[in-house]
Unconditional design. Structure first.
Length: 274
Protein backbone atom coordinates (compact mmCIF):
# COMPACT_ATOMS: atom_id res chain seq x y z
CA UNK A 1 0.00 0.00 0.00
CA UNK A 2 1.42 3.38 -1.03
CA UNK A 3 1.26 6.42 1.23
CA UNK A 4 -1.41 7.98 -0.99
CA UNK A 5 -3.53 4.81 -0.84
CA UNK A 6 -3.15 4.69 2.95
CA UNK A 7 -4.27 8.31 3.27
CA UNK A 8 -7.34 7.64 1.10
CA UNK A 9 -8.16 4.63 3.30
CA UNK A 10 -7.84 6.79 6.42
CA UNK A 11 -10.16 9.38 4.93
CA UNK A 12 -12.69 6.66 4.10
CA UNK A 13 -12.81 5.34 7.69
CA UNK A 14 -12.76 8.82 9.25
CA UNK A 15 -9.42 8.70 11.09
CA UNK A 16 -7.52 11.13 8.88
CA UNK A 17 -5.47 13.68 10.84
CA UNK A 18 -3.73 16.16 8.50
CA UNK A 19 -1.40 17.54 11.18
CA UNK A 20 0.15 14.08 11.57
CA UNK A 21 -0.18 12.57 8.11
CA UNK A 22 0.14 15.49 5.68
CA UNK A 23 3.70 16.47 4.88
CA UNK A 24 4.90 19.93 3.91
CA UNK A 25 5.38 20.03 0.15
CA UNK A 26 7.87 21.76 -2.10
CA UNK A 27 6.14 23.91 -4.70
CA UNK A 28 8.21 25.63 -7.40
CA UNK A 29 11.36 25.30 -5.27
CA UNK A 30 9.71 26.75 -2.16
CA UNK A 31 8.33 25.28 1.06
CA UNK A 32 6.41 26.76 3.99
CA UNK A 33 7.51 25.67 7.46
CA UNK A 34 6.37 26.74 10.91
CA UNK A 35 8.06 26.94 14.30
CA UNK A 36 6.64 25.62 17.57
CA UNK A 37 5.42 29.13 18.51
CA UNK A 38 3.18 29.21 15.43
CA UNK A 39 5.25 31.50 13.17
CA UNK A 40 5.34 30.53 9.50
CA UNK A 41 8.32 31.00 7.15
CA UNK A 42 8.96 30.37 3.47
CA UNK A 43 12.23 28.74 2.44
CA UNK A 44 13.78 28.07 -0.96
CA UNK A 45 15.81 25.06 -1.97
CA UNK A 46 19.09 26.98 -1.75
CA UNK A 47 18.50 28.51 1.70
CA UNK A 48 19.35 27.34 5.23
CA UNK A 49 17.11 27.08 8.28
CA UNK A 50 19.51 29.06 10.48
CA UNK A 51 19.08 32.08 8.23
CA UNK A 52 15.66 32.52 9.83
CA UNK A 53 15.64 30.24 12.88
CA UNK A 54 18.26 31.43 15.34
CA UNK A 55 19.35 28.74 17.77
CA UNK A 56 22.97 29.14 18.80
CA UNK A 57 22.33 27.08 21.95
CA UNK A 58 20.42 24.27 20.22
CA UNK A 59 20.88 20.72 21.53
CA UNK A 60 18.39 19.06 19.23
CA UNK A 61 16.02 19.99 16.43
CA UNK A 62 12.65 18.32 15.90
CA UNK A 63 11.33 18.46 12.35
CA UNK A 64 7.93 16.89 11.99
CA UNK A 65 8.21 13.81 14.20
CA UNK A 66 11.97 13.31 13.75
CA UNK A 67 14.88 14.37 15.96
CA UNK A 68 18.04 15.81 14.39
CA UNK A 69 21.33 17.18 15.64
CA UNK A 70 21.70 21.01 15.48
CA UNK A 71 23.83 20.72 12.34
CA UNK A 72 20.64 20.30 10.33
CA UNK A 73 20.00 24.03 10.74
CA UNK A 74 23.13 25.02 8.81
CA UNK A 75 22.69 22.63 5.87
CA UNK A 76 21.50 23.89 2.52
CA UNK A 77 17.92 22.76 1.93
CA UNK A 78 17.05 20.41 -0.91
CA UNK A 79 13.69 19.46 -2.40
CA UNK A 80 14.31 15.80 -1.58
CA UNK A 81 14.27 16.42 2.17
CA UNK A 82 11.12 15.32 4.02
CA UNK A 83 10.02 17.95 6.56
CA UNK A 84 7.12 15.88 7.82
CA UNK A 85 4.24 18.14 8.86
CA UNK A 86 6.50 21.17 8.50
CA UNK A 87 6.74 21.97 12.22
CA UNK A 88 10.20 22.79 13.61
CA UNK A 89 11.03 22.78 17.32
CA UNK A 90 14.44 23.63 18.79
CA UNK A 91 15.54 22.09 22.10
CA UNK A 92 18.34 23.56 24.23
CA UNK A 93 20.28 22.14 27.17
CA UNK A 94 17.41 23.30 29.38
CA UNK A 95 14.97 21.03 27.51
CA UNK A 96 14.69 17.31 28.19
CA UNK A 97 14.66 15.02 25.14
CA UNK A 98 12.86 12.24 27.04
CA UNK A 99 10.16 14.64 28.19
CA UNK A 100 9.80 15.96 24.63
CA UNK A 101 9.37 12.45 23.22
CA UNK A 102 6.82 11.62 25.93
CA UNK A 103 4.76 14.69 25.01
CA UNK A 104 4.90 13.86 21.31
CA UNK A 105 3.76 10.28 21.95
CA UNK A 106 0.82 11.50 24.03
CA UNK A 107 -0.36 13.67 21.13
CA UNK A 108 0.29 11.00 18.49
CA UNK A 109 -1.43 8.30 20.50
CA UNK A 110 -4.60 10.39 20.50
CA UNK A 111 -4.63 10.37 16.68
CA UNK A 112 -4.85 6.58 16.38
CA UNK A 113 -8.23 5.34 15.21
CA UNK A 114 -7.71 2.12 17.19
CA UNK A 115 -8.43 -0.23 14.29
CA UNK A 116 -4.84 -1.29 13.64
CA UNK A 117 -3.45 -3.42 16.48
CA UNK A 118 0.18 -2.44 15.97
CA UNK A 119 -0.64 1.27 15.98
CA UNK A 120 -3.12 1.12 18.87
CA UNK A 121 -1.09 -1.14 21.17
CA UNK A 122 2.29 0.09 20.00
CA UNK A 123 1.44 3.72 20.72
CA UNK A 124 0.04 2.74 24.12
CA UNK A 125 3.15 0.76 25.07
CA UNK A 126 5.62 3.38 23.80
CA UNK A 127 3.80 6.18 25.59
CA UNK A 128 3.84 4.25 28.87
CA UNK A 129 7.50 3.24 28.62
CA UNK A 130 8.81 6.72 27.79
CA UNK A 131 6.54 8.48 30.29
CA UNK A 132 7.86 6.18 33.05
CA UNK A 133 11.37 7.41 32.24
CA UNK A 134 10.45 10.96 33.25
CA UNK A 135 10.15 9.62 36.82
CA UNK A 136 12.58 7.71 39.07
CA UNK A 137 12.66 3.92 38.92
CA UNK A 138 12.51 3.24 35.19
CA UNK A 139 14.30 0.10 33.98
CA UNK A 140 17.05 0.61 31.39
CA UNK A 141 15.99 -2.65 29.72
CA UNK A 142 12.79 -0.89 28.65
CA UNK A 143 14.84 1.10 26.13
CA UNK A 144 15.45 -1.98 24.02
CA UNK A 145 11.78 -2.91 24.27
CA UNK A 146 10.76 0.57 23.12
CA UNK A 147 13.16 0.30 20.20
CA UNK A 148 11.79 -3.12 19.24
CA UNK A 149 8.18 -1.90 19.34
CA UNK A 150 8.96 1.25 17.34
CA UNK A 151 10.83 -0.71 14.66
CA UNK A 152 7.91 -3.12 14.33
CA UNK A 153 5.47 -0.24 13.94
CA UNK A 154 7.32 1.15 10.93
CA UNK A 155 6.62 -2.02 8.93
CA UNK A 156 3.46 -3.48 10.47
CA UNK A 157 0.98 -0.60 10.83
CA UNK A 158 -1.75 -0.14 8.23
CA UNK A 159 -1.35 3.61 7.79
CA UNK A 160 1.12 6.51 8.22
CA UNK A 161 -0.12 7.34 11.74
CA UNK A 162 1.61 4.29 13.21
CA UNK A 163 4.77 4.97 11.25
CA UNK A 164 4.87 8.61 12.37
CA UNK A 165 4.28 7.57 16.01
CA UNK A 166 7.42 5.42 15.96
CA UNK A 167 9.68 8.14 14.57
CA UNK A 168 10.24 10.22 17.75
CA UNK A 169 11.40 7.12 19.63
CA UNK A 170 13.65 5.81 16.85
CA UNK A 171 15.34 9.11 16.00
CA UNK A 172 15.69 10.37 19.59
CA UNK A 173 17.19 7.09 20.82
CA UNK A 174 19.61 7.08 17.90
CA UNK A 175 20.99 10.52 18.79
CA UNK A 176 20.36 10.86 22.54
CA UNK A 177 20.38 7.35 24.01
CA UNK A 178 22.71 8.48 26.81
CA UNK A 179 20.08 11.00 27.95
CA UNK A 180 17.47 8.23 28.10
CA UNK A 181 19.86 6.01 30.04
CA UNK A 182 20.52 8.82 32.53
CA UNK A 183 16.82 8.79 33.43
CA UNK A 184 16.79 5.07 34.23
CA UNK A 185 17.57 3.34 37.53
CA UNK A 186 18.15 5.85 40.34
CA UNK A 187 18.16 8.31 37.51
CA UNK A 188 18.61 11.97 36.86
CA UNK A 189 17.48 14.43 34.24
CA UNK A 190 20.55 16.09 32.66
CA UNK A 191 18.52 19.14 31.66
CA UNK A 192 16.79 19.41 35.04
CA UNK A 193 13.40 19.73 33.35
CA UNK A 194 11.91 16.54 34.82
CA UNK A 195 10.96 17.79 38.26
CA UNK A 196 10.47 14.24 39.60
CA UNK A 197 14.27 13.91 39.74
CA UNK A 198 14.72 17.21 41.57
CA UNK A 199 14.08 18.49 45.07
CA UNK A 200 12.56 21.88 45.72
CA UNK A 201 14.12 23.91 48.54
CA UNK A 202 14.11 27.44 49.92
CA UNK A 203 17.45 29.24 49.90
CA UNK A 204 17.79 30.62 53.46
CA UNK A 205 20.02 33.45 52.28
CA UNK A 206 17.49 34.75 49.73
CA UNK A 207 14.25 34.24 51.66
CA UNK A 208 12.88 37.46 53.20
CA UNK A 209 10.08 35.80 55.15
CA UNK A 210 7.15 37.58 53.52
CA UNK A 211 5.06 34.39 53.27
CA UNK A 212 3.98 34.76 49.65
CA UNK A 213 5.03 31.15 48.97
CA UNK A 214 2.88 29.85 51.83
CA UNK A 215 -0.20 31.63 50.49
CA UNK A 216 -0.05 29.89 47.08
CA UNK A 217 1.04 26.39 48.16
CA UNK A 218 -1.94 24.04 47.51
CA UNK A 219 -0.38 21.26 49.61
CA UNK A 220 0.37 23.40 52.69
CA UNK A 221 3.93 22.14 52.42
CA UNK A 222 5.57 25.42 53.50
CA UNK A 223 5.91 26.53 57.11
CA UNK A 224 6.82 30.04 58.19
CA UNK A 225 5.79 33.35 59.70
CA UNK A 226 6.57 37.02 58.99
CA UNK A 227 10.27 37.81 59.29
CA UNK A 228 11.31 34.16 59.46
CA UNK A 229 12.93 31.98 56.80
CA UNK A 230 10.26 29.72 55.30
CA UNK A 231 10.77 25.95 55.44
CA UNK A 232 9.52 23.51 52.81
CA UNK A 233 8.52 19.92 53.58
CA UNK A 234 9.84 17.94 50.60
CA UNK A 235 7.60 14.96 51.42
CA UNK A 236 4.43 17.04 51.25
CA UNK A 237 5.60 19.12 48.28
CA UNK A 238 3.97 18.24 44.94
CA UNK A 239 6.53 20.28 42.92
CA UNK A 240 3.75 22.25 41.25
CA UNK A 241 6.02 25.31 41.05
CA UNK A 242 3.46 27.86 42.20
CA UNK A 243 5.72 28.97 45.04
CA UNK A 244 8.54 29.63 42.58
CA UNK A 245 6.33 32.02 40.64
CA UNK A 246 5.17 33.75 43.84
CA UNK A 247 8.65 34.34 45.26
CA UNK A 248 10.00 37.64 43.95
CA UNK A 249 13.42 36.99 45.51
CA UNK A 250 14.17 33.78 43.61
CA UNK A 251 14.63 31.95 46.91
CA UNK A 252 12.80 28.77 45.88
CA UNK A 253 14.87 26.57 43.61
CA UNK A 254 15.16 23.07 42.22
CA UNK A 255 18.23 21.03 43.09
CA UNK A 256 19.46 17.69 41.83
CA UNK A 257 21.56 15.56 44.13
CA UNK A 258 22.57 16.76 47.56
CA UNK A 259 20.82 19.75 49.10
CA UNK A 260 22.75 22.62 50.70
CA UNK A 261 22.54 23.06 54.47
CA UNK A 262 19.10 24.35 55.48
CA UNK A 263 17.52 25.52 58.76
CA UNK A 264 16.16 22.73 60.96
CA UNK A 265 13.66 25.06 62.65
CA UNK A 266 12.14 28.45 61.96
CA UNK A 267 14.93 31.01 61.96
CA UNK A 268 14.76 34.80 61.69
CA UNK A 269 15.79 36.25 58.36
CA UNK A 270 19.49 37.08 58.41
CA UNK A 271 20.27 34.86 61.41
CA UNK A 272 20.99 31.58 59.62
CA UNK A 273 24.62 30.51 59.31
CA UNK A 274 26.09 27.61 57.36
Amino acid sequence: MTREEAIRRMQDIGCYNPDVVDHAEWIDGKINLRTSDGKSFEFTSDSRLDETIKADDAKAVIIGQRFFSPEILSLELSEGFDFGNGKITVLTDKNCVVRAVSGMLTELRATSCGICTFCREGAYQLSGIIDAMTKPGADKKQLDLALEIAEAMTTSCNCPVGEETALPVLTALDLFRSEFEAHCGKGSCPSGECSAFSTLYIDPFKCEGNGDCMDVCPADAIEGKPGYISMLDEYECTRCGKCIEACENGAIQFATGRLPKLPERLTKVGRFRK
